[in-house]
Design a protein around this ligand. Structure first.
Ligand code: PHE
Length: 458
């Protein structure tokens, strides 16, 4: 086996990059509006259950493939899949998903830069909800400004990625993630002190199960996949940089818990504000870009709060897109022997073109629809609700049924007290068995059922 040269330097660094990929627009932008549109607390509870029953085992599954092979997502399946070459295709699905997600994700990330700047300049003088709505519409549908920010955002990724995995991705995540966490806490405290915070918390925490339709359950699963960066090989790629002593289950659990916690914190920040200022929680993707600014402008030091909030969104997005890039970059480097600079450049060029199309689908191309969806909506729905669950299903089947049980258990035991075949006295051997059971039966069945149910009965 080829010797691995690229590795993350420290345990804390691993947690920072893992939380970095997981925490992003998915938690702070997507989760609140999905929860808002799908009944609040019931959606959140479902999300919670799925994170542990499906999310953690699947994260472990990706880790096992990544560290077990030590290579990029395409070669990992080919290498571990033995003679059956069909498995190599799973890697290509992952690479395709990463390119598509990066394209639409960068557009929203670009908006965060515009809104950071607008916060400082006072939202072009807009103060009422109507004015802020018009301001948002004018911006997203204009020709060059959103594309410019999207490209600047992609440029930031480029500058970090060419520095390498340790000096670029790991170092940056280790600095940004604690800053992000601190900012979130400050916002939370602030939100909880608002006059009608209780209403917002009730919406977020008191479930109404009549909201749980098949479409809501499918959206919740899509959200779990998206938020944990699952099903496309981001975690396979990162795990190929893990050291042998990195404990997989613990890392997976910490990532999932922090990701969930941050989504809840985002809800705690947003809904009390929405209710206190009499806004609609079901505003959809516009929620953080229209509703929040209307709240900020009415607050003391509103500009500072707004700027901080959009800075937070920008940082969270950046650490996520780094991992999307890394999937294709690692593949190009290892499969074609490209230098890191060239590999990052190829990915950047593709992203520049596709993201411009996604951005234009809010303006010039808004009439261009496939299956009734704009390019942006198509990329978003097709990846989160279809490609990622299919990827997840195949990953679960691959680890559960194709890989030898001995390899799976060995990977799960590395770095824990069970290592070296010590008799399983602690709870961790039970946990490892449960993870394998989920990957064999629960995860594939659950994904398949929710998937078919959601597609057939929208
Ligand atoms: N998990 C990220 C978020 O919540 C999005 C993401 C998806 C990142 C897929 C990498 C891969 O924003």
């Amino acid at each position: 086996m080829k010797e691995k040269k690229t590795q993350f330097a420290s345990r804390l660094g691993v947690i920072a990059v893992m939380v970095g990929t997981a925490v992003g627009l998915g938690n702070i932008w997507r989760f609140p509006y999905e929860a808002g549109a799908n009944g609040g607390a019931a959606f959140m509870l479902l999300n919670f259950v799925l994170v542990f029953l499906l999310g953690v085992p699947l994260i472990c599954g990706e880790f096992i493939i990544g560290r077990g092979s030590g290579v990029n997502v395409r070669q990992a399946f080919a290498r571990l899949g033995g003679k059956n070459r069909g498995w190599g295709l799973v890697g290509y699905i992952g690479i395709a998903s990463s390119v598509l997600i990066l394209s639409f994700y960068s557009v929203i990330a670009g908006w965060t830069i515009e809104y950071f700047v607008e916060s400082i300049t006072g939202f072009s003088g807009a103060t009422t909800t109507v004015e802020l709505h018009e301001n948002f519409e004018r911006f997203v549908s204009s020709d060059w400004r959103p594309v410019m920010w999207t490209w600047i955002f992609l440029g930031c990724n480029f500058l970090i990625l060419i520095r390498g995995v340790q000096k670029g991705i790991e170092r940056l995540s280790s600095i940004f993630m604690p800053v992000l966490f601190l900012l979130l806490i400050v916002f939370c405290i602030h939100s909880l002190m608002l006059p009608e915070a209780g209403e917002g918390l009730k919406f977020l925490f008191a479930p109404d199960f009549s909201c749980l339709t098949p479409k809501v359950v499918l959206s919740a699963m899509g959200q779990v996949f998206f938020s944990l960066s699952l099903g496309l090989g981001a975690l396979i790629t990162y795990a190929s940089y893990f050291k042998q002593e990195t404990p997989l289950v613990k890392t997976a659990a910490v990532t999932a818990i922090l990701d969930l916690l941050i989504a809840i914190l985002a809800g705690v920040i947003i809904f009390p504000a929405v209710f206190s200022f009499h806004q609609e929680p079901t505003a959809g993707p516009r929620l953080v870009f229209e509703v929040l600014p209307s709240i900020f402008v009415g607050m003391p030091y509103g500009q500072v709060w707004a700027a901080l909030f959009f800075l937070l969104l920008f940082l969270a997005s950046l650490t996520s897109t780094l991992s999307m890039f890394e999937i294709f970059v690692a593949y190009l480097e290892q499969e074609f022997g490209l230098s890191r600079f060239k590999a990052v450049s190829v990915n950047l060029l593709i992203a520049l073109v596709l993201s411009a199309l996604c951005s234009a689908s809010f303006g010039t191309l808004s009439g261009f629809r496939i299956f009734g969806l704009t390019i942006f909506e198509l990329f978003d729905n097709f990846t989160s609700n279809i490609l990622l669950p299919i990827g997840g299903l195949l990953i679960a089947l691959f680890v559960g049924w194709k890989l030898p049980k001995s390899l799976v258990m060995k990977e799960l035991e590395k770095g824990t007290r069970l290592q070296g075949g010590a008799p399983g006295r602690s709870g961790s051997s039970f946990v490892n068995e449960a993870i394998l059971l989920s990957l064999r039966y629960f995860a594939p069945l659950c994904i398949l059922l929710i998937f078919l149910w959601g597609l057939l009965k929208p």
